[in-house]
Design a protein around this ligand. Structure first.
Ligand code: CS2
Ligand code: MG
Length: 404
């Protein structure tokens, strides 16, 4: 069997998605997500110019060999663009292998290690009261875990807070040229503990609560926040500091027992090996599309399983339903699953990517169809042309560029 065709489909049903579709000479097709928020066309070009020409004619069943060929064969290793492109190929090949075997991909990964995949949703509000009303709505929908983000008094906008009240999905890539927001660590640190004091008082001890710092603190500031949040028993504090300096997490760890989750911007095992092997984090948040596909994600999670680190895959709306479908097959099969992020896509996006995964009682269930159980409706996709959109840039109150 040979790969006979491969094409990149860029579509914008509300936000941009890049999808790779691979077709074999026997007419079996597979799909892989290649979306990198704000840098979509860079991955599309990488696939079109450097990957598709070497895929044609290859044996689609040789997943590991193809992964190694694309990774080592590029000479220039790692990086989000390269690894998203490799991920798309890898995911599409797992989809094809599942269809060839007549089995859902999770069966090829060892079968179900649990009944359902626990997911968390995003509650947010300008004020604490608005955010609490959103938590209540997620509880009503059956969620067992909720991430809570609020506006910060004195700051005009804050990461994670959408202006569209009632939307279960939102997209931070809000303009072609990046918008700018203003940040104050001092104001933020004074406010966040009050949010979680309210959440615990209102919703009790049972619901799992999470919070995303979105890379904005230094290790000692993160240590203080983690310590102040300890009474509220968070499931995790996410991305407290940028993680290029993996050893920086030692300082946070010395001061707090609040569990830490990191990794949505990582693209290989090398970005997190120290965090994992020194047990500096509790959840690793890499996911299929940005961390080299199912093959490499499994490698990261297997390393993590040796060090008491559980998975907590990224699942924001900028990861397409193709990525979500693939993530669920991994989540249900690995021994060290922790939690899966689940931000719902818009109805337009769901229509472009018909899928068989389903939500019930706070759990997601992967499709039982052969392969991944997700596809792209190419005719519908063609109705939504690409629109340039960038993530915001963040500055301190004195104008210094900060992490967004
Ligand atoms: C986030 C994302 O879901 C999360 O935890 O940090 O919303 C992130 O900001 C986006 O994926 C960026 O594209
Ligand atoms: Mg995050």
């Amino acid at each position: 069997m040979k790969i006979a065709d491969a094409k990149v489909i860029v579509t914008c049903p509300g936000r941009n998605f890049v999808t790779l579709k691979i077709v074999t000479d026997e007419g079996i097709s597979g799909v892989g997500d290649a979306t990198l928020n704000g840098r979509e066309l860079a991955v599309a070009a990488y696939l079109n110019d450097h990957v598709i020409p070497v895929l044609l004619g290859r044996d689609p069943t040789r997943i590991e060999d193809t992964w190694q060929y694309l990774y080592r064969g590029a000479y220039w290793r790692r990086g989000p663009v390269t690894m998203s492109a490799i991920a798309a190929v890898d995911t599409a090949l797992w989809d094809i292998k599942g269809k060839l075997a007549g089995l859902p991909v999770y069966q090829l990964l060892g079968g179900r290690a649990r009944d359902g995949v626990t997911v968390y949703g995003h509650a947010n509000g300008e004020t604490v009261d608005e955010a609490m009303a959103e938590v209540a709505r997620y509880v009503e929908l059956g969620y067992r875990a909720v991430r809570v983000q609020t506006g910060v008094p004195g700051l005009a906008t804050t990461y994670g807070v959408t202006r569209e009240r009632g939307a279960l999905a939102y997209e931070p890539a809000d303009s072609a040229i990046p918008s700018e927001s203003v940040w104050s660590t001092r104001r933020y640190l004074a406010h966040v503990p009050t949010v979680f004091a309210s959440a615990r008082a209102e919703f009790g001890p049972d619901i799992q609560l999470l919070h995303d710092v979105h890379h904005r603190l230094t290790p000692i500031e993160a240590a203080r926040l983690g310590r102040e949040l300890e009474p509220y028993g968070l499931t995790w504090l996410e991305d407290p500091v940028p993680a290029e300096l993996q050893e920086g997490f030692r300082l946070i760890r010395q001061h707090t027992t609040t569990p830490l989750a990191v990794g949505e911007v990582f693209n290989t095992i090398w970005d997190c090996h120290q965090l994992i092997t020194e047990q500096l984090i509790d959840y690793i948040r890499t996911t299929v599309v940005h961390a080299g596909g199912i093959t490499h994600l499994r490698r990261i999670f297997d390393l993590a399983s040796l060090y008491h680190v559980r998975s907590g895959s990224h699942g924001a709306t900028d990861l397409s339903p193709v990525c979500m479908a693939a993530a669920l097959h991994v989540d249900i099969a690995i021994p060290n699953f922790g939690l899966q992020e689940y931000m719902r896509h818009t109805p337009e996006t769901d229509a472009v990517f018909p899928h068989g995964y389903r939500f019930a009682d706070g759990y997601l269930y992967p499709s039982d169809e052969p392969g991944l159980g997700v596809d792209i409706d190419e005719e519908l996709a063609a109705l939504y042309p690409y629109r340039p959109a960038s993530l915001p840039v963040n500055r301190l109150e004195d104008g210094t560029v900060h992490n967004w």
